[in-house]
Design a protein around this ligand. Structure first.
Ligand code: UDP
Length: 353
């Protein structure tokens, strides 16, 4: 098959490129090298099945592409310091880029996979009480509509990912076979050392015996998914045939119908959303920032101290994916513990730093 991966030189795009090349597919990797790394592209250039196209997806795609079977849109900055430094590039990738790639999907009758994010849920409350019933939102299920600040420092990313999802839904209504993966915190080799996210910052600081930068009191938590597990989930979402999983989707839905509290918050009647949107992440590997810091110090044998700074505005207190749907419907089951994944990531950083 011919696969077009937008963001092929980025962290997840490069892992996806490797996955499809190893499967024997032909990959057209599109990237404008804004946040992606040329080094990641160099990994693939010797492979005759890889075709690199230096191009900004916020501009229409080249007209001379061969027939494309699947388009994966992973061309967006995703690190908070990075997207806050480049808000317009981020919004362009998620609005204009999504539009241009969906137009391409329409023209080629290609399947489309959109990299959305846990950020579209914003800062979910732990629970919500409606009509004297309390519902749990952490772990966060796909049917939660979100609690997002449209004016905050994260809004260029959160809201542009949300409008990207809205575009995808409009193109599904036009007939494009599109799916959305909502990606929770992911880490692994091929991340940029200056990425700015917590795992890369702590590994770099620990290896250099510099103080670890803890934002807030470090009690805020995230669930950490290793790149290989995440790619497995994305590939499952990219490849399933809806008619083959409809019974499982309906069984999943029926578990929630009885306790559905309110049409304004939950959306289980929406069959497009039921079939097309999947959380991907690893809920089992949930750590506070302080626990993560201690684990990285232990694994790197580092004597670094911890420096505490103010918590950035709108930094979510907790994030855990509810992966019931992708697990029950597509058989997804992340396997790599944070400790195992960090060992691989630390080895990679020791090589490149
Ligand atoms: N964080 C931290 N020190 C850092 C970078 C991040 O304490 O050097 C915290 C950040 O405030 C957040 C968590 O680690 O609570 C995860 O941040 P990251 O930027 O990796 O991703 P996010 O989940 O916020 O998008």
């Amino acid at each position: 098959m011919n696969i077009l991966i937008a963001g092929s030189a980025g962290f997840l795009g490069a892992h996806l490129t490797k996955h499809y090349l190893m499967q024997g597919d032909c990959v057209y990797g599109v990237d404008h090298l804004g946040s992606g790394s040329k080094k990641n592209v160099n990994l693939f250039l010797k492979n005759g099945d890889y075709h690199f196209i230096e191009h900004d997806v916020s501009k229409p795609l080249p007209a001379d592409l061969p027939h494309i079977d699947i388009i994966l849109h992973f061309a967006s900055r995703a690190s908070p310091p990075d997207y806050q430094k480049h808000p317009f590039d981020t919004m362009d990738a998620n609005y204009k880029g999504t539009y241009n790639l969906l137009e391409l999907a329409l023209a080629h009758n290609a399947r489309f996979v959109y990299a959305s994010t846990s950020e579209i849920y914003g800062n979910p409350p732990k629970t919500i009480a409606i009509n004297s019933h309390t519902y749990t939102l952490i772990p966060t299920p796909e049917y939660f509509w979100g609690n997002v600040n449209s004016f905050g420092p994260r809004s260029c990313y959160d809201e542009s990912k949300r409008v990207g999802e809205a575009l995808v839904f409009e193109y599904i209504r036009k007939g494009v076979d599109a799916r959305i993966v909502r990606i929770f915190n992911t880490y692994g080799p091929l991340m940029r050392p200056d990425d700015g996210r917590v795992v890369t910052n702590f590994i770099k600081q620990a290896l250099n015996d510099e103080p670890l930068t803890i934002f807030g009191d470090g009690t805020q938590g995230r669930s950490y998914c290793f790149a290989d597990d995440l790619i497995d989930g994305i590939a499952k979402v990219a490849s399933f045939k809806i008619e083959n999983v409809r019974d499982k989707l309906l069984a999943y839905k029926s578990q929630f119908m009885e306790k559905r509290p309110s049409k304004y918050l939950f959306d289980l009647d929406n069959d497009i959303k039921l079939e097309r949107v999947f959380n991907v992440g690893n809920p089992c590997e949930h750590y506070s920032v302080l626990e993560l810091a201690d684990l990285i110090l232990e694994l790197t044998n580092s004597n670094s101290s911890k420096n505490f700074f103010g918590l950035p505005k709108d930094d979510p207190q907790d994030r855990i994916p509810d992966i019931t749907k992708i697990s029950q419907v597509l058989g997804y089951s992340p396997k790599i513990t944070l400790k195992q994944g960090l060992e691989k990531t630390i080895s990679y950083f020791k090589e490149i730093l």
